[in-house]
Design a binder for this molecule. Structure first.
Ligand SMILES: Cc1cc2nc3c(=O)[nH]c(=O)nc-3n(C[C@H](O)[C@H](O)[C@H](O)COP(=O)(O)OP(=O)(O)OC[C@H]3O[C@@H](n4cnc5c(N)ncnc54)[C@H](O)[C@@H]3O)c2cc1C
Length: 279
């Protein structure tokens, strides 16, 4: 039987949260909204001896200053729908999260740690070239989201660090997120695609960021497709060519939710659908 959580802590400051984590290290699990952590614990994927709730730590905010968007890690996903001026892909990903109650509880930061069939917000953030702000006992460091995932439930975060914010510098002017679920209105992600894009006046792509979710444990960027599209005028032929490289060297999940073949086909369909809108 699991030896779960003999200690429950709800620090009121970031400093206290970090010093608790430094003391308890891997024995403690941070919990923000708890919607994914509860599953990790009940399925015994995580067997923490202590829970450190981030509920009272003041990290619930969205700031838009000039060309920089910063989202506090414990900001509920519903806030992304209430805030004007956020990139479209982020709003569309938030719209796709299952149910109103979940959107109010689940946090933006928690979504980054939650593997497929979740991670919709993380997929959108990846296509916006977001950076994570991590704070630990040795200070603050930033890590591009594209360098954060190191394998199933493995992240570029130290035992005493907490994710405090997600930063998007110079958000692309155009972006869009699409997801396929087994049901008509939201649900687990079979495949999702998010694209961030800057076009010049001749419709040449100056900057392209393509992120895929649902196909592996965590979302990934598709550098090959990005390179194919960059500095070229978008055409349906070019988009068709780029779509062939969405799953290069990817070990696609094949499970009861969807076969790997279906996930790949859906990812291509969503990718083409998004990009053809921008032609
Ligand atoms: C019924 C249901 C439907 C769902 N539908 C969707 C969906 O449609 N799309 C989707 O993407 N997801 C979905 N999810 C998954 C999940 O709820 C979300 O991904 C959510 O954003 C997780 O956030 P949270 O705050 O609840 O995380 P928590 O459960 O609190 O934490 C999750 C993990 O992140 C870590 N963590 C959280 N915050 C921090 C931090 N600041 N620093 C360091 N570590 C941290 C925790 O230690 C834990 O390991 C669903 C879940 C449920 C239960």
């Amino acid at each position: 039987m699991s030896q779960v959580a003999s200690g429950y802590y709800a620090p009121a400051s970031l400093r206290d949260a970090i010093s608790l984590k430094r003391r308890l290290r891997e024995k403690a699990l941070f919990v923000a909204g708890g919607t994914a952590a509860v599953q990790l614990v009940s399925k015994m994927i995580a067997e923490p001896e202590a829970i450190i709730s981030l509920e009272k730590v003041p990290l619930d905010y969205v700031k838009i200053r000039g060309n920089v968007v910063e989202i506090g890690a414990t900001t509920p996903i519903s806030r992304l729908l209430e805030t004007r001026g956020l990139p479209t892909a982020l709003r569309e990903a938030a719209e796709n999260i299952h149910g109103l109650a979940l959107k109010d509880m689940a946090t933006v930061g928690g979504n980054i740690f939650t593997p497929a069939p979740a991670g919709d917000i993380a997929t959108a953030l990846l296509s916006l070239d977001a950076t994570l702000v991590l704070r630990g006992t040795r200070g603050v460091r930033t890590v591009p989201l594209s360098k954060f995932y190191r394998g199933p439930l493995k992240y570029n975060i130290k035992a005493d660090e907490v994710l405090t914010a997600i930063r998007i510098r110079r958000p692309p002017r155009l972006s869009s997120f699409l997801k396929q679920t087994p049901w008509r209105y939201s649900g687990p992600t079979i495949a999702s695609v998010s694209v961030g894009l800057d076009l010049d006046k001749n419709k040449k792509a100056r900057r392209v960021m393509v992120a895929i979710g649902g196909l592996t444990t965590h979302p990934y960027r598709v550098k090959r497709a990005e390179r194919l599209l960059t500095s070229k005028k978008l055409t349906s032929e070019l988009i068709e060519e780029a779509a062939k490289h969405l799953v290069d060297n990817v070990d696609i999940i094949d499970d009861a939710l969807a076969s790997s073949w279906y996930r790949e086909v859906i990812a291509q369909v969503l990718f083409k659908k998004i990009l053809n809108r921008f032609i």
